[in-house]
Design a protein. Structure first.
Length: 269
């Protein structure tokens, strides 16, 4: 009689053969190394934005370019501020024409903003055959030039004599004076009798017609009676209002006085 366990053994043997023939799935025993790949990590964790199919693609914006900073600026090109219409104030002019104490006198500040800027003291290019140190008075432009080396000059604005009272020619600054006394010539007293009170000389001071300094012009050893001098009347600079003398702002004539030695050449054209 056959054993009852034999069929059971055959079944178990067949099952073991069939199971051994089935390939094992790798996911049960092999680690997924793609999780350690940085590219895969970035792709799976990147944010997703809503972008409907009809929306235009976002265009990259160009990087704005910066204009180069100007290296040279002309701060005083115009008389008035472009935005607010305020007068332009040059700190150099404020120093030149501010309150000045000199030889016991106090010169008031000159309102230089009310004077044409071309008549204010400045260094300019100036081509001339005159030697450095020579004074050249341009009566047409109302300028006085003090010639400097290298084709330069210090230029001052001046007031000049009226027609018929002007002098021109070449002379010398025979001598100079600080806070001079003013004595009107006899022919001036005859024309203006009210000046007779000054026949003995006007007291030096702020109201003296010769101002803070005077440079006396001689020609061929004789006094021409014409002067380069200061004036309290700053509004006369750039105009023809005097009796032939060369008027300067008091602060300017002091500057010229210190630069020019006695005996300097002067040319009035």
């Amino acid at each position: 009689m056959p054993s009852t366990h034999q069929p059971l053994r055959r079944i178990l043997a067949l099952l073991s053969v069939s199971v051994s023939s089935i390939p094992l799935s790798g996911c049960l025993f092999v680690t997924d190394t793609s999780r350690m790949n940085p590219d895969v990590f970035v792709q799976e964790t990147a944010p997703v934005f809503y972008n409907p199919y009809y929306a235009a693609p976002v265009q990259p914006q160009p990087v704005p370019t910066r204009e180069p900073i100007p290296q040279k600026r002309n701060l005083y090109q115009t008389q008035f501020h472009q935005t607010y219409g305020l007068p332009v104030s040059n700190p150099v002019h404020r120093t030149m024409y501010g309150v000045m104490r000199d030889e016991g006198h106090t010169l008031p500040e000159i309102p230089y903003s009310r004077i044409e800027q071309r008549f204010l003291r400045q260094e300019v290019s100036y081509r001339t055959g005159e030697a450095p140190g020579t004074i050249v008075v341009d009566t047409r432009e109302h300028y006085l030039y003090l010639v400097q080396p290298g084709g330069k000059a210090i230029r001052y604005g001046v007031g000049l004599g009226r027609d018929g009272y002007a002098w021109s020619g070449r002379g010398k600054i025979q001598w100079k004076a600080k806070w001079p006394r003013w004595t009107p010539p006899l022919d001036m007293v005859e024309r203006q009798p009210e000046l007779r009170q000054f026949a003995g000389g006007a007291t030096p001071g702020l109201n003296n017609p010769l101002g803070a300094r005077a440079l006396y012009i001689f020609k061929d050893g004789k006094d021409t009676l014409y002067r380069v001098h200061g004036t309290p009347d700053w509004q006369s600079v750039g105009k023809a209002t005097s009796s032939g003398c060369v008027r300067m702002l008091n602060q300017d004539v002091i500057d010229l006085f210190e630069r020019v030695p006695a005996g300097a050449e002067i040319v009035v054209i």
